[in-house]
Design a protein around this ligand. Structure first.
Ligand code: ADP
Ligand code: MG
Length: 698
């Protein structure tokens, strides 16, 4: 195997390849489009398409596809061959600028939440030149946005790009006020840490719940779970190590900066973190990473579980979305600077985030809302469903001093006055990092920890980018043209701290006392489930902000509301049906078989040994029969409850019924099944147990 730098990005049509294969004029036009968002003319597109095709064919590609991210949360592709017949009966390989720029996949089967009914059936994909094309499975993949006839966004990428644009616009206004006129572009940088489980494929195949729903719906607690904390950062087992090696290779070839890997807290749980990059590219890369993780697992006889809560009783998986703001001049705007003016600028951006998170807690909560993630948030292992921010003691103390015009004790300059004083250098403290906070400042970036492991990071970043853009807009509106810039700035920062300090919490987010304090004293929101929070997407303040920033139209928001709740209902209903099926056709027969054999044993013993009480067997038979009866009743109850949902027209009502009726009935069915598992001889149990799954990969 050659060295990593030699094959890193070998399947990507990146800057190096463009420079080598495009004429100088075409290359410079492309650069302008990528760096500054300049429009591309068809001549340039044709030249780029030609070079892209030649490069792809030379690297073994036979097809191309517009690669997009519909509202399903996964990616979509429809492959077209490059071949075109030539007069001599043979074929040539062709690809035009038009095919590169726009595609028209049949969009009718993608969820649109009613958007297409109101508009038009067709959907279009449009090239996103800022994310490089790449080759996957001998197909040239062109990252695209997916829109309807009138430009309505049918995907997650379009609003993401719009939110980046909104943020860029407002951040540039602020930077101009600080004299940073050289900055042409500000973009969010994102590094998503991805958690996942690996289980043995043969065991996975035997479990309908894992195959159909990605999580276990039954399973008694194993004798050993994660209580010893012996898995976190533990030695990586050979099979997992072999998997990670191949995974890294595949990701590196695709130019994905996979960097850190380790075992996580739960047995069979692992993490992969890439080096951060621009938001839309990070999003594309995370989608690709999730796909490749699953593909590579299959080659190792493993299955990669991306579900947020594959196992009850052990930690679930999330995705920490590390987020900061970078300028094209290479400055991280969330890094406290060296001079008083830079400090003031840093504090203003910090305040913009504080204000955004407080004003739009609901949008952040919603951006991570799925049936899967509901099992995780607030489950005493993941951040609670209440959004709050961790700033660390030092930064919180500085903000406190600014708020009260008080001196900061660790420096002797007296009061901290922005634009005059240099702030104390923050230690980038990695030791007392608060792991329980949903939104933590970690030195020069924020870490949003509520995102689910299987979710696209697009939604979370759309909301975060747009909410911060809104804060910055309010600041810029206030500051532009004022005479005494420093005084107004100082007052504005003070006011933000005063008005929004309720969102700052440096303590233990897993503590019940905090939830009480947050909701009762601070008035923070606590939306525990997806149906609790989603209706607020359409609250007037949210619609006004998101449409005002040009990120969503009202119709697009209604569509997201519909699709998210539909998805929630469908997910849970599939789970309920799977439970009914497994309980009826696998668990009940197994328990009955064991009951019968136990009864037979008792009868045989009685015959052999006169007067044998056979106490143990008789008790067991009684217990198992009682459980079988209970299971049978619960199966029917759950089945009836699911049937009762049919015909419900209003998605708000249906999702509430799913939350209030179906999920509790699923829990009721699980209980006697799990108990029966603990009483039934192992060889009768119809599928691998928690112990088998969690400790089955060596
Ligand atoms: P930890 O688990 O301690 O949080 P990791 O190294 O696993 O740390 O992950 C940190 C993530 O944050 C990585 O993806 C890293 O690239 C990313 N990151 C680091 N600096 C920034 C930044 N300025 N902006 C965005 N992401 C960043
Ligand atoms: Mg990490």
């Amino acid at each position: 195997m050659s060295a990593v730098p030699e094959y890193f990005g070998s399947l990507v049509f990146d800057d190096r390849v463009m420079k080598a294969n495009l004429s100088t004029d075409v290359y410079l036009s492309m650069k302008k489009t990528i760096d500054e968002g300049a429009k591309l003319n068809i001549g340039v597109a044709n030249a780029v398409a030609q070079a892209m095709k030649d490069w792809a064919v030379a690297n073994g590609a036979t097809h191309f596809t517009h690669w997009f991210q519909p509202l399903t949360g996964i990616t979509a592709e429809k492959h077209d061959g490059f071949i075109s017949p030539s007069p001599d009966g043979r074929v040539i390989m062709e690809f035009s600028g038009k095919e590169l720029i726009q595609g028209e996949p049949d969009a009718s089967s993608f969820p649109s939440g009613g958007l297409r009914a109101t508009f038009e059936a067709r959907g279009y994909t449009a090239w996103d030149p800022t994310s490089y094309a790449f080759i996957k499975d001998r197909t040239l993949c062109i990252p695209t946005a997916f829109c309807g006839y009138n430009g309505e966004a049918l995907d997650k990428k379009t609003p993401l790009l719009r939110s980046m644009e909104a943020l860029n616009r407002q951040a540039l206004r602020i930077l101009k006020l600080f004299g940073k006129t050289d900055v042409k572009r500000v973009a969010p940088s994102v590094g998503p840490e991805q958690e996942y489980f690996l289980v043995d494929a043969k065991m996975w195949e035997q479990r309908q719940d894992l195959r159909f729903t990605g999580r276990t719906l039954f399973g008694a607690k194993p004798s050993k779970g994660q209580e010893m904390d012996d898995h976190y950062f533990g030695t990586i087992k050979p099979r997992v190590a072999a998997y990670m090696i191949e995974l890294n290779d595949e990701l590196w070839k695709l130019g994905i900066l996979a960097k850190t890997q380790h075992n996580e807290v739960a047995p069979a749980q692992h993490e992969l973190a890439p080096i951060f990059t621009t938001n839309n590219i990070a999003t594309d890369h995370n989608q690709l990473t999730m796909e490749i993780m699953q593909k590579v697992a299959a080659r190792h006889g493993l299955v990669c579980l991306l579900h947020e809560k594959p196992f009850a009783g052990v930690n679930g998986s999330g995705k920490h979305n590390n987020w900061s703001l970078s300028t094209d001049t290479g400055v991280n705007l969330l890094s406290p600077g060296e001079t008083p003016y830079e400090n003031a600028q840093f504090l203003l951006f910090l305040c913009a985030v504080i204000k955004a998170v407080d004003d739009y807690q609901d949008l952040l909560r919603m951006s991570v809302a799925t049936a899967g993630n509901d099992h995780r948030l607030g489950a005493n292992e993941a951040p609670p469903a209440v959004v709050s921010m961790f700033l660390g003691d030092e930064l919180a103390a500085i903000l406190g001093c600014i708020e009260h015009d008080a001196p900061y004790t660790s420096i002797d300059t007296g009061k901290v006055r922005l634009g005059v004083d240099v702030l104390p250098k923050f230690r980038r403290d990695t030791t007392d990092r608060n792991r329980t906070s949903p939104f933590a400042f970690t030195g020069n970036k924020f870490e949003f920890r509520m995102v689910g492991s299987s979710d696209s990071i697009a939604c979370a970043n759309i909301m975060l980018n747009t909410a911060v853009a809104e804060s910055l807009k309010i600041y810029a509106d206030r500051l532009e043209g004022v005479e005494d810039f420093e005084t107004v700035l100082h007052e504005m920062i003070r006011k933000t701290i005063k008005d929004h300090k309720r969102i700052i919490f440096n303590g233990n987010g897993y503590d019940d006392a905090w939830i009480q304090e947050a909701t009762e004293n601070r008035g923070l929101l606590n939306y525990r489930t997806t149906p609790d929070c989603l209706p607020h997407l359409l609250d007037e303040k949210n619609v006004a902000m998101l449409t005002g920033q040009g990120v969503f139209t009202k119709a697009e928001l209604v569509s997201r509301y519909e699709v998210t709740l539909e998805n929630y209902c469908k997910t849970v209903i599939i789970e309920a049906n799977t439970m009914v099926d497994m309980a009826r056709t696998e668990i009940l027969p197994a328990v009955q078989a064991y009951t019968l054999d136990t009864a037979k044993t008792a009868a045989a013993k009685k015959e052999l040994i006169s007067g044998c009480p056979c106490g143990h067997e008789t008790e067991l038979v009684k217990k198992l029969s009682a459980l079988t009866d209970q299971i049978a009743v619960q199966i029917d109850e759950l089945e009836k409850a699911v049937l009762a949902l049919t015909g419900m027209e209003n998605i708000g009502e249906e999702s509430a019924a799913v939350r209030d009726i179906i999920l509790p009935k699923m829990a009721e069915l699980r209980l006697p099944c799990d108990e029966a598992e603990t009483l039934t001889a192992k060889k009768y149990w119809p599928f691998p147990t928690y112990g088998d799954l969690l400790f089955g990969v060596r």
